[in-house]
Design a protein around this ligand. Structure first.
Ligand code: GLN
Length: 493
């Protein structure tokens, strides 16, 4: 074996190690940024992440990534860089300088943003290297990544199945080992649900914790940027880098960002974890229930008190979400009119141009949401639907406030009611919406939530969800790290 090949092999193997290990190796000068980037680019091909395989990665910036790696190599090593030379993938609705930001839609096909998302800039300032953009449900509307205009993404654990959605490309790529970390977005579970289906960790921070500047808007009062990793600590480190107030996003909040560093051996003595009865209904698959119970047992053994609690308005979350999210989407997507962005399809006059552009540029699910949203906001229906939904949303948020005020530090639930389903198996939109049943509540309430692998069912991953009070990501991540350590290999068995 020549020296180059050996270096390559070690850089390749390094991609499977923790973020902390990779960064340490780069800082010590034992691993060259160009080798790391080449290894990740190589994995896109060898692990079939592109269109001929998993279809997880939509565009790759080989030249830019290698250039960036060379730049890091030729300047003195900066030990303050918390993600030095870390290859990263970005969901296609988060603006990047060099690559298209298509949102999985024909209407934005090939569109390159003139500016970069704050989260991406913060990653790059910390040394991370963007190597590509990932597939997604069009405009983040969906739970399977089957709504992408560029074809569905496949689950690397079983390519006949979906990876979940809408951030399915990022989840599948991280699960396939292409990059150790990736960014996704959430409006109703689009990081946690694909993380659960792909057997990795997905974190949605508090609303306002991470700037959405440069995240293409879907439902503005529900949208978040989130993080994928294969380990709790990896995701925690990325969150720490991207969190914090941003003058470009008026909804970002000036709340100190603590260190999210995790300690897997910490005791959970004094920690109260709520088990909300509404998330363990009679109809829950008994095998998913049993895996959740196993996790709760581990948490109890580490000193946590497990307490039965109730979030009484949970049953209303799906109907409320599917009024509020489409309402906001119908307004946000009005800007794609063939004049300012992306695709234009000419017609006879301005109105015909709008119609032709929007009816050919948008896919069926996006059109359904725009119609639904326009309907619930229209005169005569606004009070009956939108205003009522907002009222019930406040009750759902109040459920969380009440439970966290009662001395409960976090909640534990299943992330999803099922494991990854087969491609094409869920064709009824309403049935698809029901896969978000345990995740939309955290977006409606704005509380931080995450999913981590807690076991397998017929070989497919099952996710456990933790939720915490606003801005208490630290407690949530601390519990998750302890659970991850306690489960050990059981998490993937
Ligand atoms: N599946 C939900 C929807 O289709 C959530 C998507 C998301 O979180 N972006 O709206």
């Amino acid at each position: 074996m020549n020296v180059d090949a050996r270096d390559d092999a070690s850089a390749d193997a390094l991609l499977d190690r923790s973020v902390a290990t990779i960064v340490e190796c780069v800082h010590a000068g034992d691993c060259a940024p160009t080798d790391l980037v080449r290894a990740a680019l190589h994995r896109i091909r060898t692990r079939g992440a592109g269109p001929d395989g998993l279809n997880a990665v939509l565009s790759v910036d080989e030249e830019g990534a290698l250039h960036e790696a060379q730049r890091l190599e030729s300047t003195p090593r900066d030990h303050a860089q918390r993600l030095a030379a870390m290859p990263v993938l970005i969901k296609d609705n988060i603006a990047t300088h060099r690559l298209p930001t298509s949102c999985g839609s024909r209407i934005l096909e090939g569109y390159v943003s003139p500016y970069e998302a704050t989260a991406v800039r913060r990653l790059r300032d910390a040394g991370a290297i963007v190597i590509g953009k990932t597939n997604m449900d069009e405009f983040a509307m969906g739970s399977s990544t089957e709504n992408s205009a560029f074809g569905p993404t496949r689950n690397p654990l079983d390519p006949t199945r979906v990876p979940g959605g809408s951030s399915g490309g990022s989840a599948a790529a991280v699960a396939a080992g292409v990059t150790p970390i990736a960014l996704g977005s959430e409006t109703g579970g689009s990081v946690r649900q694909p993380a659960a289906f792909c057997g990795i960790v997905g974190v949605k921070p508090t609303y306002g914790r991470v700037s959405r500047f440069g995240l293409v808007a879907y439902g503005s009062s529900l949208d978040h940027i989130g993080v994928f990793g294969t380990r709790v600590d990896d995701a925690a480190r990325v969150l720490e880098v991207i969190a914090g107030v941003d003058p470009h996003d008026a909804t970002s909040i000036n709340h100190a960002v603590p260190s999210y560093g995790t300690d897997a051996d910490a005791s959970l003595a004094g920690v109260v974890i709520g088990k909300p009865v509404e998330y363990f209904p009679e109809s829950l698959d008994p095998r998913i229930r049993a895996l959740c119970e196993r996790s709760l047992e581990h948490l109890r053994a580490r000193g946590a008190e497990i307490r039965d609690v109730s979030l009484p308005h949970t049953a209303l979350a799906i109907p409320v979400y599917y009024i509020v999210a489409p309402a906001e989407a119908s307004s946000n997507l009005a800007r794609y009119d063939g004049v300012r962005f992306g695709t234009r399809v000419d017609g006879d006059g301005l109105r015909a141009m709008y119609e032709a552009t929007r009816s050919t540029g948008f896919g069926a699910e996006v059109i359904r949401r725009i119609l639904l949203g326009t309907y619930v906001l229209s005169a005569g229906y606004y009070d009956a639907y939108y205003r009522r939904a907002q009222t019930v949303r406040a009750l759902i948020a109040q459920d969380f406030t009440t439970v966290f005020a009662s001395g409960v530090h976090a909640l534990f639930t299943p992330t999803t009611p099922t494991t990854a389903f087969a491609l094409g198996a869920v064709s009824d939109p309403y049935e698809m919406y029901l896969s978000d049943i345990f995740t939309v509540t955290a977006n409606l309430a704005g509380v931080p939530a995450m999913s981590q692998p807690i076991g397998r069912l017929d070989g497919l991953p099952v996710g456990g969800q933790l939720m915490a009070a606003h801005f208490d990501e630290a407690t949530m991540l601390r519990i998750a790290a302890v659970l991850e350590h306690a489960l050990g290999v059981e998490a993937h068995r």
